[in-house]
Design a protein around this ligand. Structure first.
Ligand SMILES: *Cc1c(COP(=O)(O)O)cnc(C)c1O
Length: 404
C-alpha cells in the first residue's frame, strides 16, 4: 500500500474534501510519464531495476517500488485506492474474486479454535467455504437469523472473533440493523464484516455504521456489465495488512486488466446504482398491484418490514428484488420461461436484467426444511433489475404473470 513511490505532483488532483461522485472518478488517480488521461493498464508480472544495488534495496524494503505483480501492481493499486476512498476506509486489498476476498479475510483473521457468527442468509459459496474448508481448520461457526438481534447477541462465545452478514439479503431483501450488530460485535471484541456487494458504496457505507471490514464481489455492480471476476476487502490499514499478507503468499490477487475494468466501473457506479434502484422501485410498485403476485420483497417499498431502517442506513435501495406468484414452482417457472428479453441466469448486478428461480437454482441444494427455514418458497422469483427501459422489463414479466 504505502510502499510505493508517489506519482509526480503534477499528476495529483487535489481531492481534499471531495464528494463521493468526485472520488469515484478521480481517487486513486494513475498516470504514467506518458501523460495518458485514462488510467493505463500495467500487464506485467515483474519490474526491472537500474542496478543490483537498487534491486537489493527494493527487495529489502529500504526503497519503495514494485517487485512482482503478486505483491503490487500500479493498476491494481489505483483500483484499491479508489474503492477505499469510496467506502471511507484507510486501505483496500483487491482479490481475484469475491470468494477470494472472503477466503483471504477469514484466513488472515481467524485461527484454529476461533468461533464466528454468520447470517444464515449469505451467498451460497460463502456457506460452502465456511462449512467445507474453514471447519477443517477447527473454526466453529454459528448461523443466525439476520434480523434476530437476540440470536446474534446470544451466540457470542468467549472465542468469538468474527461476525459476518450481507444486507439487504439475497433473495428476500431483508435489512439488518448494522449499527446494532456492530455494537454486539464491539462488545464481543470481534470483527464485524459486511458483504456490501448488493448495495456498493453508492448505496451503503458499512464502515460508517460500525463495520470493521467491508467485503465485495466486484464481479457484480462494480463491474456492472458482467465482464470480469474480482473482489476486495476495505478497512483500516491494521486489518487490511494481514489480508494482503495472505494474498501475497497464497496468490488470489486481482489481474491488472480486471482492475482497470473495475476502475472504469467505479466512475459510473453512482449513476448506474441510481438507475438500477429507480427501475427496481418502478418494477416493485407494478408487481405489488399485479393480481397474480402475492408478495413483493423490495426494501424500497413502504410495505417492506424494514423499509424505515433501509431509509436510514442506505442512500439507495438497490437493484435486486424478489416476488411470489400465485401457485408454486410450475407457475414461477412459467413466468421465467415466458420472458423473451430478460436473461435466465443466477448472476446479478448487470446492465442486463436477469431472472432466476432460487428454489431450484441458487438454493436448489438445500433440503425442503432448510428452504422453508430460509423463507425460500417454490413460488419465489428473483429479478436483478437492469438498465433497460423499465416499461420493456414490465412487458416481459407481464407476459407470464398475466397468463397465470
Ligand atoms: C457473487 C457474490 C459473492 C462471490 O463473488 P465472486 O466474485 O463470484 O467470487 C459473494 N457475496 C455475494 C453477496 C455475491 O453476490
Amino acid at each position: 500500500m504505502s510502499d510505493l513511490p508517489e506519482w509526480p505532483a503534477r499528476y495529483q488532483a487535489d481531492l481534499s474534501d471531495a464528494e463521493f461522485d468526485t472520488l469515484a472518478v478521480r481517487a486513486g488517480q494513475l498516470r504514467s510519464p506518458e501523460g495518458e488521461h485514462s488510467e493505463a493498464i500495467f500487464p506485467t508480472s515483474s519490474y526491472v531495476f537500474a542496478s543490483a544495488a537498487e534491486a537489493a534495496a527494493t527487495f529489502g524494503g529500504d526503497r519503495d517500488g514494485n517487485v512482482y505483480s503478486r505483491y503490487t501492481n500500479p493498476t491494481v493499486r489505483a483500483f484499491e485506492e479508489r474503492l477505499a476512498a469510496l467506502e471511507g476506509g484507510e486501505a483496500c486489498a483487491a482479490t481475484a474474486s469475491g470468494m477470494a476476498a472472503i477466503y483471504a479475510l477469514c484466513i488472515a483473521h481467524l485461527e484454529a479454535g476461533d468461533h464466528m457468527i454468520c447470517s444464515r442468509a449469505v451467498f451460497g459459496s460463502t456457506t460452502v467455504l465456511l462449512e467445507k474448508f474453514l471447519r477443517k481448520f477447527n473454526v466453529d461457526i454459528t448461523y443466525v437469523d439476520l434480523l434476530d438481534l437476540d440470536q446474534w447477541r446470544g451466540s457470542v462465545q468467549s472465542n468469538t472473533k468474527l461476525l459476518f452478514l450481507e444486507s439487504p439479503s439475497n433473495p428476500l431483501t431483508e435489512v439488518a440493523d448494522l449499527t446494532a450488530i456492530a455494537q454486539i460485535s464491539r462488545d464481543a471484541g470481534a470483527l464485524f464484516v459486511v458483504d456490501n456487494c448488493f448495495c456498493t458504496p453508492a448505496a451503503q457505507l458499512p464502515l460508517a455504521l460500525g463495520a470493521d471490514l467491508v467485503v465485495h464481489s466486484a464481479t457484480k455492480y462494480i463491474d456492472g456489465q458482467g465482464r470480469c471476476l474480482g473482489g476486495a476487502v476495505v478497512g483500516s490499514q491494521e486489518l487490511i495488512e494481514p489480508i494482503i499478507g495472505v494474498l501475497r503468499s497464497a496468490g488470489p490477487t486481482m489481474s491488472p486488466f480486471n482492475a482497470w475494468v473495475f476502475l472504469k466501473g467505479l466512475e459510473t457506479l453512482s449513476l448506474r446504482m441510481k438507475a438500477h434502484s429507480d427501475n427496481a422501485l418502478a418494477l416493485a410498485e407494478w408487481l405489488e398491484q399485479h393480481p397474480n403476485v402475492t408478495k413483493v420483497n423490495y426494501c424500497g417499498l413502504p410495505s417492506h418490514p424494514q423499509h424505515e431502517l433501509a431509509r436510514t442506513q442506505q442512500r439507495l435501495f438497490g437493484g435486486v428484488l424478489s416476488f411470489e406468484v400465485t401457485g408454486g414452482r410450475e407457475q414461477a417457472w412459467k413466468v421465467v420461461d415466458a420472458t423473451r428479453m430478460i436473461s435466465i441466469t443466477a448472476n446479478l448486478g448487470d446492465t442486463k436484467t436477469t431472472i432466476t428461480h432460487p428454489g431450484t437454482t441458487t438454493h436448489g441444494r438445500l433440503t425442503d426444511e432448510q428452504r422453508d427455514q430460509a423463507g425460500i418458497s417454490q413460488a419465489l422469483v428473483r429479478v436483478s433489475v437492469g438498465l433497460e427501459s423499465v416499461d420493456d422489463i414490465i412487458k416481459d414479466l407481464a407476459r407470464g404473470l398475466d397468463s397465470l
